[in-house]
Design a protein around this ligand. Structure first.
Ligand SMILES: Cc1ncc(C[n+]2csc(CCOP(=O)(O)OP(=O)(O)O)c2C)c(N)n1
Length: 682
């Protein structure tokens, strides 16, 4: 019986089944002929069928990890297909998102509504919940969008941390669940995995278990392992319990999973599996029909595509309702729990009744006292005011908690084994922090924030992107927002970051001009329910520019801070620390008889949402000058063809910041000269 046959032009020249395919078949056939084995084979067959139907996709993770996934989903994972959003369910993250069909097959077989056979048949097609990679919003049982290697694993660390923090607050009768991950080599070789593993190990997140598809670390197309680091030692050094098992032996897997339940550390289980094929084509998506057919034959799986025998499907459906009684028990407990209302509030992401009091008082005080404050100091004051009214506001910083001023008194430090605090020291791990915050937001019940320097958002970019894609409710506090960093020089002075972050769909980038605007922007960030907010704050002092606190003027994204004295001849549009420069330029221009208005534009995204009439009123139908100590990329959107931009054209330099503003020509005098030249060319 042939197990490999050429059927399409994309297939390589005729060859015998590769040794790896044979090895896989031998390994899976060596398992005892139990119902559990057939259940795993159902996952494999569905994955093969879906990849075939789509003509693309990757069945290697389902092929390798079907046995481990079956053990996990039939005996350990606590879930109820009838209610995938049950708050105390275990979280399962398929970090190896390229093997998405494993998750879709599991959801379908366990009876999750909204993942039907017809959806699997439309694997990777528009609007199918069975998308190319797991997509968070596509189905309620998909806990995270995964695909970029390493992210899911790091999200899971955030989820496991959120569980511990919420358990510390609400008690075990409301919060007591585990987090499980299936990861592949790609997840573990990513640098991010080291940051995430160290966080989990240090914080002793014992309810986190990672099952690693340990299939020889072969990169696609090669037959030689591409790495030789000892992963188990690496994780052990980071504080994990580790175990290696035969990934095709259900008994060994179950016993390792039982060990994980008792572990006092996070656990990595290396599931030694045999990769399906080393052919690049499968990964590239050609869907080698011959190989697929051969594998199904070898599995003794004679059924039509997408067909699972009734008794087998019945077993899977049973597994899907295994958690039903646990869920009912939990519902009973929550119904009479004294903290029920508060728990439900935070899980729903609703703001507490009095959330606004602290920040409203701060805004009034700032309007009254008009302090000169660095953006980060004003941010600290706003955080303090909000945190006092919002116990779910938790966060930390990467490296520079004191520099970003994101740690406030009274929030307490989260420590190994002690999770009642609200501040997390992420150490110098920007990427790990950002992915962890995503996981905390995905978990629910917390509004997480993280502090870093704006220049180092480059280190967290992949996680920022996924947070934006998943529309997560979280906040990044990004200080040291430009050449105002001064003596630390160009490495620490962001230039292009503002433009690149504004290009990220769905994030709100706030760059407030003074302490009052900072409080307003923090308030808007906390209020936002449908995506990340980035608060970009200065480290140099900013004078107070406003005294009207009644209305949150940043809510419209931009507004006229100072109207022109007389008919407007030019509009000076600035953000953050450059607004004060625009204000001074307006004065100088006024002395020269040129009536200028100053517009503060702290949040482009909110401004873009305003109606055109408002935007035109604010920007004016006169020459516009954009002023921002950063790249001008994107400013043409507000300035139009006749506009001018005063900012940076390259990297910064190391010097006291006042000297830098002069050196780069971002001064009231330079603006005045440029405007005069424009308006009075001769
Ligand atoms: C950050 C990132 N880089 C590259 C990829 C593209 N990619 C998808 S799967 C894969 C290799 C996966 O290899 P492995 O993790 O060993 O999985 P397996 O071969 O076992 O399926 C790569 C590089 C990705 N998803 N994310």
């Amino acid at each position: 019986m042939p197990i490999h046959r050429e059927t399409d032009t994309l297939a390589p020249a005729a060859h015998a089944p590769d040794t790896l395919t044979l090895a896989l078949q031998a390994a899976i056939l060596a398992r005892p002929a139990t119902a559990e084995r057939r259940m795993a084979d159902a996952l494999r067959a569905l994955a093969i069928d879906a990849v075939e139907a789509a003509g693309s996709g990757d069945a290697r993770v389902p092929m390798g990890m079907a046995d481990a996934a079956t053990a996990l989903w039939t005996r350990f994972l606590r879930y109820d297909a009838a209610d995938p959003a049950w708050p105390d369910r275990d979280r399962f993250v398929l970090s190896a998102g390229h093997g998405s069909m494993l998750l879709y097959a599991l959801l379908y077989l366990t009876g999750h509504a909204g993942m039907e056979r017809s959806d699997l048949q439309r694997f990777r097609q528009l609007d199918s919940p069975a998308a190319g990679h797991p997509e968070y919003e596509a189905h309620p049982a998909i806990e995270a969008t995964t695909g970029p290697s390493g992210q899911g694993l790091a999200n899971a660390v955030g989820m496991a941390l959120a569980e511990r923090m919420l358990a510390a607050r609400f008690g075990r009768s409301l919060v007591d669940h585990r987090t499980w991950v299936i990861a592949s080599d790609g997840d573990l070789v990513q640098g991010l995995s080291q940051e995430a593993a160290e966080l989990a190990g240090h914080l002793r997140l014992e309810k986190l278990t990672v099952l690693w598809d340990d299939n020889s670390r072969m990169t696609v197309g090669s037959t030689e392992p591409a790495g030789s680091a000892d992963m188990l030692k690496r994780f052990a050094a980071a504080g994990w319990a580790t175990k290696r098992v035969d990934g095709h032996d259900p008994v060994a897997i179950a016993s390792a999973l039982s060990l994980a339940l008792r572990s006092k550390k996070p656990t990595l289980i290396a599931c030694r599996t045999v990769i399906g094929s080393a052919s690049p084509r499968r990964d590239a998506g050609a869907g080698e029909r011959a190989e697929a057919e051969a594998t199904k034959l070898a599995l003794d799986w004679p059924y039509e595509p997408f067909t699972v025998p009734r008794d087998l499907h019945g077993r899977w459906l049973q597994a899907g309702s295994r958690g039903a009684s646990a869920r009912r028990g939990w519902l009973k407990r929550v119904a009479k729990h004294p903290l029920r209302a508060e728990f439900e509030r935070v899980m729903a992401g609703k703001l507490p009744d009095m959330w606004h009091e602290g920040i409203a008082a701060l805004r009034a005080e700032l309007a009254e006292t008009r302090p000169t404050l660095a953006g980060r100091e004003a941010g600290h004051a706003a955080l303090r005011a909000l945190a006092a009214c919002m116990p779910e506001l938790v966060g930390g910083s990467a490296d520079a908690g004191c520099s970003t001023r994101t740690q406030t008194g009274g929030m307490g430090l989260v420590a190994p084994g002690a999770y009642a605090g609200r501040h997390i020291d992420f150490d110098v791990r920007e990427h790990g922090m950002a992915a962890c915050l995503n996981g905390m937001a995905l978990h629910g019940g917390l509004l997480p924030y993280g502090g870093s320097f704006l220049a180092f958002t480059d280190y967290m970019r992949p996680a920022l992107r996924l947070g934006a894609m998943m529309q997560l409710r979280l906040i990044h506090v990004l200080t040291h927002d430009g050449i105002g960093v001064g003596e630390d020089g160009p490495t620490h002075q962001p230039v292009e970051q503002l433009a690149s972050l504004r290009a990220l769909p769905g994030v709100h980038v706030f760059r407030p001009a003074d302490a009052l605007e900072t409080a307003e922007c923090w308030e808007l960030a906390v209020r936002r329910a449908d995506g990340p907010s980035l608060l970009v704050l200065s480290c140099q002092p900013l004078p107070a520019l406003r005294q009207d606190a009644a209305e949150n003027r940043c809510a419209r994204g931009g507004y006229v801070l100072l109207e022109a004295d007389g008919p407007r001849r030019v509009t000076l549009i600035a953000t953050g620390s450059e607004v004060q420069i625009a204000v001074e330029a307006r004065r100088l221009l006024g002395e020269g008889g040129i009536a200028a208005a100053v517009v503060s534009l702290p949040c482009w995204e909110l401004f873009a949402q305003q109606d055109e009439g408002y935007r035109l009123d604010v920007l004016g139908a006169v020459p516009r000058v954009g002023i921002e100590a950063a790249s001008g990329f994107g400013w043409e959107r507000w300035l139009g063809d006749s506009g001018m931009f005063i900012g940076m054209t390259g990297f910064g330099a190391s010097a006291p910041y006042q000297d830098l503003y002069r050196h780069f020509g971002i001064t009231p005098e330079a603006i005045t000269i440029a405007v005069k030249r424009r308006l009075q060319p001769n």
